[in-house]
Design a protein around this ligand. Structure first.
Ligand code: ACO
Ligand code: ZN
Length: 225
């Protein structure tokens, strides 16, 4: 492990500093052998999983100065499908989804954002849906200032009235150290453009399923602009 590849952050602890690994993004306690071991395990699996080796006839749907977006479809060759699955597993793991069964694996579209360093730094899974339930504004925002805004409620209140939608985004993820660089925004733009042949989906035709706090902040902002 390269110690230069790390940076100490102040986690407000007296004795043990939390460290964030500059290559895999994991935050752990350097002073704890258990944490160290866990990091090493995560580090290898993560970097291996996100390594991108381009394949024959990869479907590049967008190109940017800092990377490209590759689309993987259910009928693609085994190696492409396997890579999409490998990335999805890492994402599910980070999102705390455990062994989520895809509603219809034969229909999902996986969009991978590949950086110019040939690493997969973004992943979006989209599927066809017919209807969605709008997330309503938060029922109980934290009242006490001590409680702080960091306390989120995962169970957003949803409308009971179904609204027609076309594209469901079941997962959207960007590598922790590459966030706030419009990677998620560009992935959703590309989905809207490529999900249905010949039309550009409006923001009401796409729906984010079961959003996390990050996902909700992003979706709210994205759908406004
Ligand atoms: N807090 C506040 N605003 C945010 C945040 C945030 N954490 N993330 C995005 N936004 C808003 C900002 O206005 C941002 O524009 P700005 O940076 O110019 O201010 C705008 O959304 C666009 O953001 P992007 O840079 O395109 O978003 P990013 O590439 O950072 O990815 C994502 C956002 C995917 C939510 C990322 O934070 C992430 O991977 N989080 C962890 C995984 C996760 O929770 N994913 C959502 C799960 S829900 C689902 O999959 C349906
Ligand atoms: Zn690491």
């Amino acid at each position: 492990r390269d110690s230069k590849a790390q940076m100490i952050i102040d986690a407000g602890q007296k004795h043990f500093g939390a460290v964030v690994c500059k290559s895999c993004g994991m935050i752990y306690t350097a002073a704890s052998p258990e944490d160290e071991a866990q990091h090493i395990q995560h580090h290898q699996r993560f970097l291996e999983g996100l390594k991108y080796v381009s394949w024959k006839r990869e479907r590049v749907v967008a190109e940017f100065w800092d990377g490209k977006i590759v689309l993987v479809l259910p009928d693609d060759p085994k190696y492409a499908i396997r890579k999409a699955e490998e990335v999805r597993e890492l994402v599910d793991n980070e999102l705390g989804f455990k062994q989520v069964v895809l509603r219809c694996p034969a229909k999902i579209k996986t969009y991978l954002f590949v950086s110019s360093e040939k690493k997969i730094v973004g992943c979006l899974v989209a599927e066809h849906i017919r209807q969605a339930f709008r997330v309503l504004s938060e029922p109980h925002a934290p009242q006490s200032p001590n409680q702080g805004v960091l306390e989120y409620h995962r169970a957003w209140r949803c409308s009971t009235k179904p609204e027609p939608a076309i594209c469901g985004i079941s997962r959207i993820w960007v590598f922790s150290l590459m966030r706030r660089r419009s990677i998620a925004r560009r992935m959703v733009d590309v989905v809207r453009n490529t999900f249905m042949y010949g039309c550009y989906l409006s923001t009401v035709e796409i729906a984010f399923s079961d959003p996390t706090p990050d996902g909700k902040l992003f979706a709210t902002k994205y759908c406004q602009t």
